[in-house]
Design a protein around this ligand. Structure first.
Ligand code: SAH
Ligand code: SF4
Length: 380
């Protein structure tokens, strides 16, 4: 028998094709998707509206393979964080962030990241590998059905209303796996989220912003962090390849396809580096006469060895006020899950000990003696 195919990898067209190759009708794809993505069922025997022969065939050829959970932590404020094992000593994180009007899941796209932004501990960790579509969706699948049970939601009521691709990794550097996962998030036969409620955050991979506009235009957040090329070159090295003029051009083109009529800029507030009134003025000047934008100011979450400090609350407030005076909506991201280190840029104080001969295990960060892997950001 061939190796069983993980159904979490297939968006609808791929599932139709895969089932079709074995002679199954296209309409079966929707039924299977309902069971897997809307009811969280992984056991084909329980899929009672499928004919017995199809159930038996699925049993032999398919599986619903979630990611092993290395750790789950629950914060006093309701934030829940999972650390998932993705093999070979690599782990990724997802964070569930409950709020009054929405419940957001922050999802990872890569184990590590090659972009090497100076304020990001995932960047400090380096790139390990891309996640597959199945591994991206497995984070949502696990979180959705775990939280439905944990919150005691009635049948059919969804736990997660929003997804932000703001976990570990640069989603637009893993484009081939990202798009099928986004399609499943949007599909009414799967998670049924509206395009406005799914956000891709990018450090600025210009050609892929243009492709996303064509292939799957969800809400876009751009990690700006600096108002000029000289400073952005330092903070976000990718800027040397795609400087601000090109990045802003791509944002403007994206708006023609976007589900929202503005672009969100994320701006990580670094004490004395990018947070002065002069920087605020330059940012306002940079954007004058361009396109509608909003600014999400993220107080920097320090990590060992970064050499950077968080801006004071006064500085953040002053920066936000200057943007507001210029007519720009500026929000300050609340830090959530502080007691479990689930805030942007932090991991649980745990890393996988790659040196362990007994295989992967979770160890305290101090004992591991390594840079923490990290969850860079998630919106609140
Ligand atoms: N790679 C993508 C998405 C993941 S990072 C990107 O860079 O946009 C998600 C957000 O968290 C980004 O805006 C990133 O700049 C921010 N971030 C990274 N490290 C951080 C830290 N230590 N403190 C605060 N925000 C951080
Ligand atoms: Fe990668 Fe985003 Fe971190 Fe930069 S901020 S290193 S792009 S995860």
């Amino acid at each position: 028998m061939d190796e069983a195919s993980n159904l979490l990898q297939f968006d609808k067209s791929a599932l139709v094709e895969w089932l079709g190759r074995a002679g199954h009708k296209a309409c079966r794809a929707r039924q299977v998707m309902h069971w897997v993505h809307q009811r969280g069922v992984a056991d084909f025997e329980a899929m009672t509206d499928l004919a017995r022969p199809l159930r038996a065939w699925l049993h032999d050829h398919a599986c619903v393979q979630a990611l092993p959970v290395l750790a789950e932590q629950r914060s006093r404020d309701g934030t829940v964080k999972w650390l998932f094992d993705v093999g070979a000593g690599n782990a990724v994180e997802s964070v569930f962030i409950p709020e009054a009007s929405r419940n957001t899941l922050c999802v990872s796209s890569q184990a590590g990241c090659a972009m090497a932004c100076s304020f990001c501990s995932t960047g400090a960790q380096g790139f390990n590998r891309n996640l597959s579509s199945a591994e991206i969706i497995a984070q949502l699948w696990w979180a959705e059905f775990t939280m439905r049970a944990a919150l005691g939601l009635p049948d059919g009521e969804r736990a997660i209303s929003n997804v932000v691709m703001m976990g570990m990794g640069e989603p637009l550097q893993n484009y081939g796996a990202l798009v099928p996962a986004l399609r499943l998030m949007l599909d009414d036969d799967a998670y049924g989220l509206s395009r406005r409620r799914v956000t891709v955050s990018t450090s600025g991979v210009v050609p892929m912003i243009d492709r996303l506009a064509q292939d799957c235009p969800v809400a876009l957040a751009v990690s700006l962090h600096a108002p000029d090329d000289a400073l952005r070159d330092q903070l976000v090295p990718l800027n040397r390849k795609y400087p601000l003029a090109e990045l802003l051009g791509a944002c403007e083109r994206y708006l023609a396809h976007a589900p929202r009529d503005f672009i969100t800029f994320e701006y990580c507030m670094l004490d004395g580096v990018n947070d002065t009134p002069g920087h605020a003025r330059s940012l306002i000047e940079l954007m004058r006469g361009r396109f509608p934008w909003k600014c999400n100011l993220i107080p920097f979450n320090p990590f060992p060895g970064s050499g950077l400090r968080r801006s004071s609350p006064q500085r953040v407030a002053q920066f936000a006020a200057m943007l507001a005076d210029a007519g720009i909506v500026a929000t300050v991201r609340k830090t959530r899950g502080d007691d479990i280190d689930a805030a942007c840029g932090q991991l649980a104080g745990e890393v996988l000990d790659r040196t362990s001969r007994r295989g992967a295990r979770v160890v305290p960060i101090a004992a591991a003696g390594a840079a923490p892997s990290a969850l860079p950001g998630h919106s609140a």
